[in-house]
Design a protein around this ligand. Structure first.
Ligand SMILES: *Cc1c(COP(=O)(O)O)cnc(C)c1O
Length: 469
């Protein structure tokens, strides 16, 4: 063993202790740390011949990098629907690195890590009140979850024509219907060789809505003359957190032959609260569902899972199996994650989620969801009261989509947001909604409170007067 490594090994306890102190330093100061930073680092550092050892590397990290990292897990990072990390999720995340498992098979050499993942998916199904007929697994984010689900959907589409697209390539034009797909679903269509432009846009409901107009959907289905199709629907669109009508889509499922995918990256969490559960009524009838954990479950990046109905498991294996050999025996008996999803190398990504669910239970997450929605409404009301802002859409859940009041201010939205984000007190995302430039604030972080809203509104007022708006 190299002497620096040997020294690190001997000093492991001290190194991990210092790392813990470093982590505490950041987490305990999260409320006061800036949410943005304009300073940069010069990334051209030369690699040294002799290693420095972990503690010297930590020292350099502290000097050059740590002060420039932003408070993205903090209470006022409202851009991109970014959750924070709860204590339990950090425990799970740290231990996932420490135990460094290769999570694949549920039998044989793999240890129990794949079964921990099974158990975690099972706990999640209980959290979301979904049936056990879904099989699930962890991937890095909702993008990869959408990719996985739509990959199986693509295989299903081929099977309707007696074709195996995974083996022989795509030889039929796929019919994809969707109203307000997330950009990552469109990206998945590109990655899957379906084509990012090859989908038919369903009308949204009249008025300030992003949800599927069911009448138009049925017309577009009829125009397909009985051909199969894939429907990509939404539980929570990013701008206005709108939900498709899953009960109506369930009914169509009985009449037409289609694969139904729901992108529920953050909106799926409506199911966790009795107040908002109705928004996802009927979603249990979908063929596949995408849900992110690094958003409303407040675990560290990267964490999401897919759910695919278990009667599609053979299609899923055809799509992702890691060899050309035919799959032998009962797929569930010899289950191996590397045959059902894109990655072959997999960490124990379920562990932060497992710890979170055990630590906080259904009630803990119900409280986070209800608090986030309360804060979104509170922030929306404060914006209206201030008089300089208008909402671009009603607040349906946890996202607030707003802009500067008056068309004459449209050109100033970007500079207002730049000033606001530069303050380092809050971070929000620019957006365009119904051809209007807007700003999006998304509430998912477990730490956010009314105190934060007050502070942000004050900052917004200050920038309004600074810019003479
Ligand atoms: C965030 C989000 C995604 C993409 O998720 P990642 O975790 O960033 O890959 C997809 N769909 C919706 C609705 C989202 O909100």
């Amino acid at each position: 063993m190299n002497s620096v490594l040997q020294q690190d090994l001997n000093d492991l306890e001290n190194i991990l202790e210092k790392t813990k102190q470093q982590g505490l330093g950041f987490l305990n100061n999260l409320e006061n740390s800036p949410t943005s930073n304009k300073e940069t680092i010069d990334p051209t550092r030369a690699l040294n011949e002799l290693g420095l050892g972990s503690l010297a590397a930590l020292k350099e990290f502290n000097e050059r990098m740590a002060p420039l990292l932003v408070a993205s897990p903090g209470p006022r990072y409202w851009g991109f629907v970014t959750g924070g990390s709860t204590p339990a999720s950090i425990v799970g995340d740290w231990l996932a690195s420490v135990y460094d498992q290769n999570t694949q098979a549920i039998k044989a050499q793999g240890g129990v890590s794949a079964l921990i993942e099974f158990e975690t998916i099972n706990l999640l199904l209980q959290l979301f009140d979904l049936p056990k007929t879904f099989l699930g697994g962890f991937v890095t984010g909702a993008t990869m979850s959408n990719f996985t689900c739509l990959g199986v959907a693509r295989q299903w589409f081929g099977a309707q024509f007696g074709k195996d697209f995974a083996k022989n390539g795509i030889s039929e034009t796929l019919n994809i219907l969707t109203a307000t797909p997330h950009s990552s679903a469109v990206k998945s269509l590109a990655m899957l060789g379906i084509g990012s432009q090859n989908y038919t846009v369903i009308k949204t409901i009249e008025g300030n809505r992003e949800a599927i107009d069911i009448v138009d959907l049925e017309e577009k289905i009829k125009a397909l003359n009985g051909k199969p199709f894939i429907l990509i629907s939404s539980a929570g669109t990013v701008n206005t957190a709108d939900f498709d009508d899953f009960k109506a889509i369930s009914k169509l499922k009985g009449k037409y032959n289609f694969w139904w995918h729901i992108d529920a990256a953050f909106g799926g969490f409506a199911a966790v609260s009795d107040k908002f559960k109705h928004l996802v009524d009927g979603w249990e009838n979908a063929d596949s569902i995408t849900i992110d954990c690094h958003k409303w479950l407040n675990v560290p990046y990267e964490s999401a899972f897919y759910l695919v109905k278990n009667d599609h498991v053979n299609l899923q294996i055809e799509t992702f199996q890691n060899s050309n050999a035919p799959y032998l025996g009962n797929p569930l008996e010899n289950f191996n994650y590397l045959n059902v999803l894109p990655e072959n190398s997999r960490r124990l990504r379920a562990l932060p989620v497992w710890f979170s669910l055990l630590a906080y239970g259904k009630e803990g997450f119900c409280d986070i969801v209800e608090n986030s929605v309360h804060l979104a409404l509170h922030f929306g009301n404060a914006l209206i009261e201030d008089g300089h802002f208008e909402l671009l859409a009603p607040i349906r859940l946890n996202n607030v989509c707003f802009t500067l009041k008056g068309n004459h201010n449209q050109e100033k939205v970007a500079s207002f947001l730049t000033h606001l984000n530069d303050s380092g007190k809050v971070f929000m995302t620019p957006t365009v909604y119904q051809n209007k430039k807007g700003i999006r604030a998304s509430f998912v972080n477990w730490r956010t409170s009314e105190k934060d809203i007050k502070m942000v509104i004050e900052e917004m007022k200050a920038i309004i007067s600074e810019l003479n708006l």
